[in-house]
Design a binder for this molecule. Structure first.
Ligand code: C2E
Ligand code: MG
Ligand code: MG
Length: 326
């Protein structure tokens, strides 16, 4: 009960602090606003050092920041466990990168005659103890920690090497490779130069490289995004908007981005035959892409039924287990 009342009091104090720090203030004649994040930890009978207490409050504060700032959070032990697991995984991933445990698999992308047009590069982590780990389990962490930068560069290099090898044979010279690029990677200073340099050093044809961006990029500085895309496009590099329909898409932005392709997210394809809403979304995306003169690739095509539906409504590019696993 004492702890409970201490918690209530701390919360009240934090609310008061937030309210007053939220008042706009004037500095040098200009209006400023701040959005503080407050971390709170309680201590009672348990004997903890000042350092440990401050560390806990600090963790709670980062939790408040992650919750969108301008709020307060209490430290709790689950938070600590999650933080520990994360930092172990981070250390592991850092080592994994250094020890070449990351590898790239390719998944075929086919046209409406089921002819191979190219492939998507999908990264995997062959962990010495945990076996093969899929990107969904480490890409978010890599994004948060900045490890996505060396990781992304590794995938890009690997894809460029592959393009160069494919260019040597008549049967594979036409194939393109799509590489996923996360927002953080795309926004880093020097990204454009890095891509062009990687293509050049592997003697790979820029017109065979497609970068897959997600809608989250539209949330950032849109002018900067367009400028970067235009620079790469002028060298021949193509662009696809990945997981289309799942995120934030402003149609007016969509029109302004120099895109070549949109990829219909697999979550719409999965139930396209049974869920009328998904069917409507897929038809709408196909019509929209057509009017904007964009290629479409449907992702996650697993059955001939899904394929027939997609073809019937004008889809001309397909990717999924029906044609090949990564
Ligand atoms: P994504 O770019 O949308 O890739 C498609 C995902 O769908 C892949 O999952 C692929 O294995 C899976 N998939 C393909 N066909 C089918 C199908 O018929 N049925 C089902 N159920 N799934 C199918 P994966 O390889 O686990 O990758 C997950 C996500 O991780 C990717 O989604 C992409 O966003 C991200 N990712 C993968 N490699 C990289 C990378 O090198 N860099 C970055 N930044 N992200 C990556
Ligand atoms: Mg993709
Ligand atoms: Mg996708």
């Amino acid at each position: 009960p004492e702890l409970q009342s201490a918690a209530t009091q701390a919360e009240t104090v934090a609310e008061k602090l937030l309210a007053s720090l939220n008042q706009p203030f004037e500095l040098d004649g200009a209006q400023h606003y701040s959005t503080p994040s407050i971390g709170i930890t309680l201590f009672g009978d348990e004997r903890l050092t000042v350092d440990e207490l401050l560390k806990r409050a600090d963790l709670a504060m980062y939790q408040a920041k992650a919750a969108g700032r301008n709020t307060q959070r209490f430290f709790d032990p689950d938070m600590q466990a999650a933080v520990n697991a994360r930092s172990n995984l981070e250390a592991d991933l850092r080592q994994g990168l250094a020890r070449n445990e990351l590898l790239v698999h390719y998944q075929p992308v086919v046209d409406h005659h089921a002819r191979l047009m190219g492939a998507e590069a999908l990264v995997r982590w062959r962990h010495p103890q945990r076996g093969m780990i899929s990107p969904g389990d480490f890409i978010p962490l890599a994004e948060q920690t900045g490890l996505i930068l060396p990781l992304g560069q590794y995938v890009l290099q690997t894809a460029c090497e592959q393009l160069q090898r494919w260019s040597q044979h008549d049967s594979t010279a036409h194939l393109s490779i799509s590489v996923n690029v996360s927002a953080r990677q795309f926004r880093q200073a020097g990204f454009v130069a890095e891509v062009l340099q990687t293509l050049k050093s592997h003697n790979a044809d820029p017109r065979k490289l497609k970068l897959e961006l997600t809608e989250s990029l539209l949330l950032g500085d849109i002018e900067d995004t367009i400028a970067r895309m235009v620079q790469l496009k002028s060298e021949g590099v193509g662009f696809a908007l990945d997981d289309f329909g799942t995120g934030y898409s402003s149609l007016s932005y969509l029109k302004r981005l120099p895109l070549d392709q949109v990829k219909i997210d697999q979550s719409f394809v999965r139930d396209v035959l049974s869920d009328p809403n998904d069917a409507a979304i897929v038809r709408t995306i196909l019509a929209l892409a057509k009017s904007l003169d964009l290629e479409v690739v449907a992702e996650g095509v697993e059955t001939t039924g899904q394929l027939s539906f997609l073809r019937l409504h004008g889809c001309e590019g397909f990717q999924g287990y029906l044609f090949g696993r990564p």
